[in-house]
Write a protein that binds this ligand. Structure first.
Ligand SMILES: *[C@@H]1O[C@H](CO)[C@@H](O)[C@H](O)[C@H]1NC(C)=O
Length: 282
């Protein structure tokens, strides 16, 4: 009788265990589709948001992952290869040739200027000296993708993207949707943290990003420096996840990621460097 009870107990425990696994799968938050709101959380391979090793460690999918020690060994480093000063890597003529492809009916036609581009670059310590041409190609690829080939300066959205942040309160009536060159940067936390770093009132006036080309470049570069740059040595694919993991999570979104890779290769060719080998983000 005692054995029978024990078997029954074990079976019950096992049953509950299976149920828990099923529930976890069925109700997963799936941050791979939406990204984790807030600056501090990582989204892991199973679609959960958190800040500990299970989220930000080896199985980190996107967000501020701890990426130390996760190296692939091959020629993955976007920070490697030929370098030069930003104004010699991207000359006014080259910049104009890129922007000349922007159609006249685009709302950002003529908005993104060379002067603003260089000024913004120079305001970050990382770009004061010589910069890797591959990194510049990667930046241009993501900026181009994030603004639909430099056609838009803000997302067509009525979403507020206001989360209950203790640190960065939303201003009444203001919306924190995507603006500028990386329109996947949304939410008050990002506007707040970027504004604090750049010394700009971006929480009070998020539209500043779509009014000033210099602020637009700085806003995107702040994100790049903070979230993307530490992953340069892991290859273009890992970078893509850190800009916006959504394209890497589903097969039906593969087109977006593949287009970014295509653009990266085009910009590498334009700058006369070979792309790295870590292109895929899946
Ligand atoms: C601009 O015009 C082209 C060709 O007429 C069209 O394909 C494109 O969608 C238009 N873009 C915008 C932003 O309206």
């Amino acid at each position: 009788m005692a054995t029978q009870n024990a078997i029954l107990k074990n079976a019950l425990i096992f049953f509950l265990f299976i149920l828990a696994i099923l529930a976890e799968t069925a109700f997963s938050q799936n941050c791979q589709d939406t990204s984790c709101p807030g600056l501090k959380e990582c989204c892991n391979r199973w679609g959960y948001c958190g800040t500990k090793g299970d989220y930000c460690g080896f199985f980190c999918f996107s967000g501020p992952c701890f990426i130390k020690g996760k190296s692939y060994g091959y020629d993955y480093n976007v920070d490697a290869g030929p370098r030069g000063k930003i104004e010699s890597v991207i000359t006014p003529a080259l910049f104009d040739s890129i922007m000349s492809k922007v159609q006249n009916n685009c709302s950002a036609k003529g908005f993104y200027t060379y002067e603003a581009f260089i000024k913004a670059f120079k305001s970050f310590g990382a770009y004061k000296g010589k910069v890797a041409k591959r990194e510049i190609a990667a930046i241009l690829a993501h900026f181009s993708y994030g603004s639909k080939n430099f056609c838009y300066k803000e997302e067509i959205s009525s979403e507020k993207y206001c989360s209950k942040s203790k640190k960065y309160h939303c201003e009444p009536g203001k919306k924190y949707y995507g603006r500028g060159l990386l329109q996947s940067i949304t939410w008050n936390e990002y506007y707040g943290a970027a504004g604090k770093h750049l010394g700009l009132p971006l929480l009070k006036d998020p539209d500043l990003v779509a009014r000033s080309p210099e602020v637009a470049f700085k806003f995107a570069m702040w994100f790049w420096n903070r979230n993307v740059r530490p992953a340069l040595y892991l290859g273009f694919g890992e970078i893509t996840k850190r800009v916006d993991g959504r394209e890497c999570s589903n097969n039906w979104r593969r087109d977006g990621a593949n287009n970014k890779v295509k653009q990266y290769i085009e910009f590498c060719t334009m700058l006369g460097v070979t792309p790295d080998q870590g292109l895929d983000c899946f």
